[in-house]
Write a protein that binds this ligand. Sequence first.
Ligand code: HSE
Length: 309
Amino acid sequence: MSDWVTIDAPATISNIGAGFDIFGMALSNPGDIIEGRIIDSGMVISEITGPGSDGIPRDPAANSVTIAANEVLKLAGADFGIEVRIKKGIRPCSGIGSSGASAAGGAYLAHVLTGEKLDPKDVVLCAAKAEGHTSGGIHADNVAPCVLGGFTIIRSYDPFEVYRITPPEDLGVVVGMPDIMVPTSESRKVLPAQVGVKDLVFHVGNASSMVHAMHTGDYGLICRSVQDAVFEPARRKLVPHLAEAEQAARDAGAGASFLGGSGPCVISFFRTSDGNGDDIAEAVKGVFSDSGMGCDTWVTRWGTGCRRI
Ligand code: HSE
């Protein structure tokens, strides 16, 4: 058996306004820790700890870490197996890519153990297949930034094509996670099957502007481009007090505030040169606590994706 290898797989935010299933961004923290070592054959999960770990499958055929790792082993032509220990730092059903971090961390672990032979974009695809098993449909907008870091764009799912942009250095992020669970599979069921031309035009305009703003480091345009006429409105009923929390964040200085992924996290952008984000975190937490709900917060910034530690 080889030595243990440790991977930090960070939380990610997805959709980011107009980019449903397309845009994603890695965060610096929180994250999952995935440890692994080479064994003769097969996949073994010897430990799962951390928030929400009781509900995570121990069967390697049903766990996104080991499904993703196995996809990488197959693609890389490896002739060994992996034993893993999973330390969850991101609660499941959070809206900041808990299952995506597990899938990406598992894929990245296998990538490291196989000598990093694959193109990182193939590692993303392996992780996306695993994410598809657990979330009710393939979407790579969490696993792509988790593996590649920065801000990512899925140009196409078939054939799979993904691009990475480095966000502006001073883009800060506040995550507010209220004490409710919103499974992605349930949150996808409330979405409309079709969208109208007016909403399509609105989304294309904002999504295109977001990409331009990320490239040019235009914080004001990033914040103005966080607009969603279709997906967040359909999901608002799943997250009590979402609109109030977003307004409280803006009143406390956030440039934009929106639903993270499929929810329930409330995500806010701020500029690190303008402040430390603590007031925004307090404002979001206050809205939920006024209604008797707990809310964990993190003040963080964009991150560089999976890494060996
Ligand atoms: N794009 C996905 C969704 C992300 O919104 O359903 C899930 O976290």
